[in-house]
Design a protein around this ligand. Structure first.
Ligand code: GLN
Length: 473
């Protein structure tokens, strides 16, 4: 079967009777089987997806199909999908099964998307390489000795390796954009509060965003249109009406764009990434856009602020996994206290434990002011800086990551280096603004390079439209 690289093509072929949903699902199932070694899926809904495809084919025939009819998608293993297992790639959830559909999952199903399986990720979405999964690492399809990025690594590789057309991931500090950039696909993190978090396993609630990973910008736009918008189940969701993102065309007006000066000057950035970005900038200038270097300020504070606040929130969010209410309960216990302790000790992985301890520390009475409170204040300054910059420039360009995909194991011995590699993505989550990563080329090892665009609050239309321009050049 032909390799589809956009939903538009699929819809055209479905309408012309050249393909059916059943054939599409069968084809993805074959690809999943052939690429099993990548360790992308924790569970494949083989029979269910086939049965659903038959139903959607009927709906298409009768003219009653939803906007996503024919779109075969995968879900990062952090999204509640009724009557399906959910683990957050952790042992602590044991055989937990979702009792309900999260809002995003429900909206996808309402529009007739076909869900093909549950995808591997870093445990509780904590990580940048997918090596923190309790179910083993995911391999990058461009080079099987390399990581796919994280934490939505399984979701990015699934799209890269044609195991489904699109995936839904979550982005707390870059987990949609960074793996997208490592795998040569598109990853969109919406404005905080644009998309409901109801039914998303919480990592750091004031940062967490659900976003699509796709083969192109138009598909990301369509998925955002379906999943965004107010929700009675999540009071933090914006009431703003949802624009028709799917109608977006490449921006034709002349834009004022900034690019992070450091991204072309810092020694820490891989030279080929600099080269690709400056070529893209030249092409944008040639089209008449103003593209100027900008400095963010406060950049040294991004990572400490991010890792203090997210671990604090995580330590609170993850206190619910106590062996009583969900999943795993240690059999090696003698009383209530040892049951809590043993269940958590045996159920959580190393990185998650480290973050719970760090978060508990920064929230403790003696250190609260020195760390948590201070980090909150710095977050406010970062937000204000970003707002100021985005009042002068419509969009800001920077790499999604300082390097292309690393070797498996390369970063695990140096956790600080791994945290540092999140420098460009955590910014959008700290400020709450939207960001997208678009592929702009490959390095000499044939590894994908992603360019990130950030824009103003709720200007997803703008960043998608600029992303379409960049996708074309
Ligand atoms: N790599 C970052 C972290 O480990 C981002 C994770 C995410 O966005 N979920 O926290």
């Amino acid at each position: 079967m032909k390799v589809y690289s956009s939903f538009f093509e699929i819809q055209a072929d479905l309408a012309a009777g050249k393909v059916t949903c059943v054939e599409l699902v069968d084809n993805y199932l074959v690809n999943i089987e052939n690429k099993k070694h990548l360790n992308v899926f924790l569970e494949v809904y083989k029979e269910e997806a086939k049965a659903h495809a038959i139903e959607v084919d009927k709906k298409i025939k009768s003219g009653k199909a939803g906007k996503l009819a024919g779109m075969v998608i995968g879900l990062k293993d952090v999204l509640c999908h009724k009557n399906h297992q959910l683990t957050a790639s952790s042992k602590i959830l044991g055989n937990f099964v979702s009792q309900f559909n999260g809002t995003v999952v429900q909206r996808l199903l309402n529009e007739d998307a076909i869900i093909i399986g549950r995808q591997n990720c870093d445990e509780f979405a904590m990580g940048s390489t997918n090596e923190n999964s309790a179910f083993g690492p995911v391999l990058n399809d461009a080079d099987n000795t390399r990581v796919p990025g994280g934490s939505s690594g399984g979701s990015a590789v699934a799209v890269q390796a044609n195991m489904c057309l699109a995936s839904i991931g979550s982005d707390t500090g870059g987990s949609v954009r960074q793996p997208a950039s490592f795998c040569g696909v598109v990853g969109l993190k919406p404005t905080y509060s644009r998309v409901s978090r109801f039914g998303l396993i919480a990592y750091a609630s004031s940062f967490d965003c659900i976003g699509p990973i796709t083969k192109n910008v138009a598909d990301a736009a369509l998925l955002l249109e379906v999943i965004a918008g107010k929700d009675d189940q999540d009071s933090t969701v914006s009431q703003k009406p949802v624009p028709q993102y799917s109608k977006i065309v490449p921006s034709s007006t002349k834009l004022k764009i900034g690019y992070l000066k450091e991204s072309l000057e810092s020694d820490a950035i891989q030279p080929e990434i600099k080269k690709n970005i400056s070529e893209t900038i030249d092409k944008l200038k040639a089209q008449g856009h103003i593209v100027e270097p900008v400095e963010f300020g406060l950049m040294d504070y991004y990572l400490p602020t991010y890792y203090i606040l997210t671990t604090a929130e995580a330590s609170t969010n993850l206190s619910r996994y106590d062996g009583v209410r969900y999943g795993y309960r240690s059999p090696n216990t003698v009383d209530l206290e040892s049951m809590y302790k043993k269940s958590r000790e045996e159920g959580f992985g190393k990185e998650v434990k480290k973050r719970i301890m760090l978060g508990t520390f920064v929230l403790s009475a003696s250190y609260y002011d020195a760390y948590y409170n201070k980090a909150q204040k710095i977050r406010r300054l970062i937000k204000e800086n970003t707002e100021k910059l985005l009042s002068e420039y419509q969009y800001i360009l920077m790499p999604a990551a300082p390097t292309t995909a690393y070797k498996i194991g390369e970063m695990t011995t140096d956790p600080l280096a791994m945290y540092l590699s999140d420098i460009f993505t955590v910014h959008a989550n700290l400020a709450g603004v939207p960001g997208i990563s678009v592929p702009i080329g490959k390095d000499s090892n044939n590894l994908p390079i992603g360019l990130q665009i950030i824009g103003n609050y709720f200007d997803e239309e703008g960043i998608l439209s600029l992303a379409s321009v960049i996708e074309k050049i």
